[in-house]
Design a binder for this molecule. Structure first.
Ligand code: ATP
Ligand code: MG
Length: 246
């Protein structure tokens, strides 16, 4: 089966810091990949390269068999690669429902400055996405007034509104109280299952990784140093001492 994402020889340095060190990587449809690694290991850089926000100095990125290395983030999103951010990127002066509408409208060729936003997107789709992530009762709340857990959910829901094949989530539980992390991940993963979306998420909490990932890739200094099942990678002595710090 053709990989959904494939990278070959990705390399990028910032000054003397090698943030992506010759990364060969494949992700297959149906996988739930957790990416682990200490601060500065290159997890976000790798996402930024794959999603078009950064261009690699060397190497290629393929999505669904197509070379996307030189494409803009907007074009890559249209191909079906969604993402959520380490710090949620919401439309803070808009309500939760409007954020989903604006996001969905980006996919829609009928979008026009002269038409009300609600008329350019399918109302049932928007309500369905809100319901899927449990934000229906917050639909009229300003996104800036949401607690952090719901801001994270809304960021994912905005990516889901574009009906992606893949969602890449950069630290979906960061900034969320530890007692709320499992509930958030449960909601997110159930939503992704329901929509049959492949996912890859960066996560520092080992319990979350063990519970929600089918595969774990560990990063050190811009390179993948271990890649396998959660059982194998999370018990690897090098990963335990150099990545997990125990
Ligand atoms: N735009 C940039 N300019 C200069 N250096 C950068 C830039 N982006 C990242 N870096 C550096 O590249 C390295 C990798 O950073 P990156 O943000 O990818 O790490 P990360 O694994 O996501 O870390 P964290 O867990 O803190 O989010 C770090 O040393 C960082 O300082
Ligand atoms: Mg990061």
């Amino acid at each position: 089966m053709q990989p959904l994402v494939k990278t070959t020889g990705l390399y990028l340095a910032f000054g003397g810091v090698v943030a992506a060190d010759n990364i060969d990587f494949e992700l297959h449809t149906g996988e739930r990949l957790a990416v682990i690694g200490q601060n500065g290991a290159g997890k976000t850089t790798f996402i930024n390269i794959c999603t078009g926000y950064l261009k690699p100095a060397k190497g290629k990125v393929y999505f669904d068999g197509q070379d996307i290395t030189a494409m803009t983030p907007r074009k890559i999103v249209r191909l079906g690669m969604g993402r959520s951010f380490q710090l949620p990127q919401l439309f803070t002066e808009h309500t939760v429902r409007e954020c989903i509408q604006i996001s969905a409208a980006r996919q829609n060729p009928r979008l026009s400055a002269f038409k009300p936003l609600a008329d350019t997107v399918d109302r049932n789709d928007v309500e369905g996405t809100l319901e899927l992530v449990g934000l229906l009762e917050d639909a009229n709340v300003l996104s800036s007034d949401l607690p952090e857990g719901k801001r994270k959910l809304l960021d994912v829901a905005m990516a889901l509104a574009l009906k992606p094949k893949l969602i890449i989530m950069d630290e979906p539980t960061s900034g969320v109280a530890s007692e709320d992390k499992h509930g958030l991940m449960q909601t997110v993963m159930a939503a992704l299952d329901e929509r049959k979306v492949t996912s890859w998420f960066v996560e520092h909490d080992v319990d979350i990784v063990a519970q929600y990932a089918t595969r774990v890739a560990a990063w050190i200094n811009g390179a993948i140093v271990a890649d396998g099942t959660p059982d194998t990678v999370l018990t690897d002595p090098r990963i335990k001492s150099e990545v997990l710090g125990n």
